[in-house]
Design a protein around this ligand. Structure first.
Ligand code: FES
Length: 173
């Protein structure tokens, strides 16, 4: 986002350093992520050191520093979900969506985006829904008692289609 765009957002919040979060949220809402250019422009407009802005942007897991898919699938890797098979759910998800661990990572965050940018897979520590473990969240909606068989049904709600099913079965031995 250019400086004019940033200034528009800043004026909306009559900005001081305490409103930094609101500004970053608005930029992400508009652009889908926080680009390096946007963060540099925020630094320049607000007079806040870039390092401080980066530390805020990387502290909160809901900020993305790279473009993400249209749908965000978050697998809970908290203790309850881990014990109930979260890792197997994550592996099945990677297989279905055709993303490989380490394909796209940022700032130590686990984050995989499909080539068509339809889905981004990431992980979190706990959604507070441990009684339904293992749990995933898609675009903010919680799904409990998830397993490899349920995943295609869930993904279909978000446009994962027949072609994808065929492609993923082709990859299996
Ligand atoms: S550990 Fe997964 S929802 Fe709490």
């Amino acid at each position: 986002m250019d400086k004019q765009g940033i200034i528009k957002i800043v004026e909306k919040y009559k900005c001081d350093a305490g409103k930094l979060l609101n500004v970053l949220e608005d930029i992400q809402k508009e652009e889908g992520y926080l680009s390096e250019v946007s963060l540099k422009n925020v630094s320049s407009v607000l007079g806040i050191p870039l390092t401080k802005i980066y530390s805020v942007a990387t502290f909160y897991s809901f900020f993305n520093l790279k473009p993400v898919g249209a749908h965000i699938v978050t697998v809970c890797m908290g203790t309850a979900c881990h014990v109930k098979g979260a890792f197997q759910v994550l592996e099945a998800l990677e297989d279905l969506l055709g993303v490989k661990p380490g394909e796209t990572t940022e700032d130590g965050k686990f984050m995989l985006t499909t080539k068509d940018r339809k889905f981004t897979v990431n992980t979190a520590r706990c959604f507070g829904a441990c009684s339904m473990a293992p749990v995933i969240m898609v675009d903010g909606k919680i799904y409990g008692y998830v397993n490899a068989k349920k995943l295609p049904l869930i993904l279909k709600e978000y446009g994962w289609g027949v072609k994808n099913e065929k492609d993923s079965s082709d990859r299996r031995p």
